[in-house]
Write a protein that binds this ligand. Structure first.
Ligand code: HEC
Length: 464
C-alpha cells in the first residue's frame, strides 16, 4: 500500500516535470509575447555591453556588428502564435499615450492591435506620391507602417509621461538638455507592410514593387521609379527562385513567391476597421493578409543607438545594396523560414572610421544605411541640415534618401520650444542625410533632445 502511493507520487512528479520542461522548451523555441526572447545563437547576447559594441564600432569590426544585427532580427521575429511574432505584440506610441495617466487596474483591460498608418516620415512629402510608369502590370506601391516599443521602452514612456507636452516642457524649464534616456534593453521597431486587398490581385496573384538596387548616380528613387515587380500567391502556388520581374511584364512561376516567404499577418476586424478610414484602402476587409516588406529596428544598447533595417529580397543570399554580400554571409543558422527572406543594412556609426560622440570632425567615408521602402524616395527638399563631408575622393554634400544614415537623422529628434507643433509637417523636422553630427552641436541649444526617438515628438499630445 505504502509502496503503491509512493509510486503514484513519483509518477505524478515525473509527469508534471515532463510537462513543465516541454512547455518551457516550447516557449523558448517559439518566443513569448513581450520582452526580447533569446534566439540561442552562440556568441550573441542582448543587450550587449556598450563597451563591446564601442570596440566593434571604433575598431571597425564590421562582421561582429552584422552578426549582432542578425541576432536582434532572429529574436524579435520569433513566432508567438500562428498570427503574431514578438515585435507585433509591442504597443505603439498611440496606445501608450492612451494609457498615460490611467490607473493600474484600468491598464489590465487594454487590448493591443496593429494600428497601420501612412508613414509619418512622409508627412510633408506630397511629391513622393508620383504615379508609376505605365507597365503591363501595375504594382501596388502603397505601404502602411506602425511603430512598436518593446515592453521596457513602453514602460519607460508610460511611467515618465513622455508623450505629454507638459512633461517635456517641464524638463526644459528645469534646465534639462535631454529627456530621460530609455533603458538599455529597449527596442523600437517600425514595420512596413503591404496590404493584399482583393482589388489589387492580377490573375490571382498580388503584384508589388521589388527593390532593384540603387541607381548609380544619387537621385530620388521611390517605389514608383523602380520599374520592377514580384508577385505573391495566396495559395502557395509560387515557384519564386530569386528572380524579380524587371519592367513589370507579368507574373511567371519564377517571379511568383508564396505567402509563407513573407512575415505575414491576417487582419483582425479592429485592424481592418481602423485601416478603412485611410482613403487608400476603401476595400480592406478583416481576414485580408498584410505582408512585411520592410522594418526599421533600433536598440538602446548604445548611446547613439544600434540601428538596423530589413527589407524583403527575392534572393536574400545575394542582396542588393545598401545591404552587402558580407552581411548576408554571416546570417546565423537559427534564422529560418520567412525571416530569412530579408536583407539587412546597419548603422552603428555615421562615417567610417567612426567619429567620437562629441568633438569629432566630418572626415571619412560616409556610411549609407537606409530602407528602400522608406527613405529611397527623398530628394533634397526633404532635408534642412547639411554638413559637407571631407571624403577621400573630395567634398561630398549628401542630399538624397539613398545617402542617408539612421544615426544622423535620429539624433535630430528634438522638441523645439519655439516651433508651432499645431501646424502640419512641423514635427518631423529638421531632417538630415548622412554626415557626422556632434551630440553637442550648436543646433541643439535651447532644445530638449528626445533620446533619438522621433516617434516621441510625432505622437506628443500638445493638450496634456
Ligand atoms: C531623414 C530622417 C530619418 C532617417 C534617415 C531615418 N529615420 Fe527612423 N524615423 C524618422 C521619423 C520622423 C520617425 C517617426 C515615425 C513615426 O512616428 O511614425 C522615425 C521612426 C523610427 C523608428 C520608430 C522609433 C523611433 O525612433 O521613433 C525606428 C525604430 C526607426 N525610425 C529606425 C530607423 C532606422 C533603422 C533607420 C536607418 C535605416 C532610420 N530610422 C532612418 C526619421 C528618420
Amino acid at each position: 500500500m505504502k509502496n503503491k502511493s509512493l509510486a503514484a507520487l513519483l509518477y505524478t512528479f515525473l509527469v508534471v516535470s515532463l510537462l513543465f520542461l516541454t512547455t518551457q522548451n516550447l516557449l523558448q523555441a517559439q518566443g513569448k509575447a513581450g520582452e526580447f526572447p533569446d534566439p540561442k545563437i552562440p556568441g550573441f547576447s542582448f543587450p550587449e555591453p556598450e563597451l563591446n559594441l564601442d570596440n566593434w564600432v571604433f575598431g571597425s569590426v564590421s562582421a561582429e556588428i552584422y552578426r549582432h544585427g542578425w541576432g536582434i532580427w532572429t529574436g524579435i521575429t520569433q513566432q508567438v502564435s500562428s498570427n503574431e511574432r514578438v515585435f507585433e505584440t509591442w504597443q505603439s506610441p498611440k496606445e501608450i499615450l492612451a494609457q498615460t495617466g490611467m490607473l493600474k487596474a484600468q491598464l489590465k483591460g487594454v487590448k493591443h492591435f496593429l494600428l497601420l498608418e501612412k508613414p509619418r516620415q512622409f508627412a510633408n512629402l506630397p511629391k513622393l506620391m508620383r504615379t508609376t510608369k505605365s507597365t503591363a502590370v501595375t504594382p501596388d506601391t502603397r505601404i502602411v507602417v506602425t511603430v512598436g516599443y518593446s515592453p521596457s521602452a513602453a514602460q519607460h514612456t508610460l511611467t515618465n509621461k513622455l508623450l505629454w507636452a507638459s512633461t517635456i516642457k517641464k524638463f526644459l524649464k528645469d534646465g534639462y538638455t535631454d529627456m530621460p534616456n530609455f533603458p538599455i534593453q529597449s527596442v523600437t521597431v517600425k514595420p512596413v507592410y503591404k496590404v493584399i486587398t482583393k482589388d489589387k490581385l492580377v490573375k490571382g496573384v498580388y503584384p508589388f514593387t521589388a527593390w532593384p538596387g540603387p541607381p548609380s548616380t544619387p537621385q530620388a528613387f521611390g517605389e514608383p521609379d523602380w520599374n520592377a515587380c514580384v508577385y505573391v500567391s495566396l495559395t502557395n502556388q509560387g515557384k519564386g527562385n530569386g528572380k524579380i520581374d524587371y519592367g513589370c511584364t507579368g507574373p511567371t512561376p519564377e517571379t511568383t513567391y508564396n505567402l509563407s516567404d513573407f512575415i505575414n499577418h491576417k487582419l483582425t476586424k479592429e485592424e481592418a476597421d481602423a485601416l478603412k478610414t485611410n482613403p487608400n484602402y476603401p476595400d480592406v476587409q478583416a481576414g485580408d493578409y498584410i505582408i512585411l516588406v520592410a522594418m526599421h529596428v533600433g536598440t538602446r544598447e548604445m548611446k547613439r543607438w544600434a540601428w538596423q533595417t530589413f527589407w524583403w529580397e527575392a534572393n536574400p543570399d545575394k542582396p542588393y545594396e545598401p545591404s552587402l554580400q558580407a552581411i548576408a554571409n554571416v546570417r546565423p543558422a537559427q534564422l529560418k523560414g520567412a525571416p530569412r527572406h530579408y536583407a539587412m543594412s546597419v548603422s552603428y556609426q555615421m562615417l567610417q572610421p567612426a567619429q567620437p560622440l562629441t568633438g569629432g570632425v566630418n572626415k571619412g567615408t560616409p556610411l549609407f544605411a537606409y530602407n528602400p521602402y522608406l527613405e529611397a524616395g527623398f530628394d533634397p527638399t526633404v532635408f534642412q541640415v547639411f554638413h559637407p563631408i571631407d571624403t577621400p575622393t573630395g567634398i561630398l554634400k549628401t542630399e538624397y534618401g539613398i545617402q542617408t544614415n539612421c544615426t544622423t537623422c535620429h539624433m535630430l529628434a528634438q522638441f523645439n520650444p519655439s516651433s508651432d507643433y499645431t501646424q502640419p509637417g512641423i514635427r518631423e523636422t529638421p531632417y538630415a542625410a548622412d554626415f557626422y553630427l556632434d551630440l553637442d552641436d550648436p543646433l541643439f541649444k535651447g532644445m530638449i533632445k528626445l533620446d533619438f526617438a522621433w516617434s516621441i515628438i510625432g505622437s506628443l499630445d500638445l493638450t496634456k
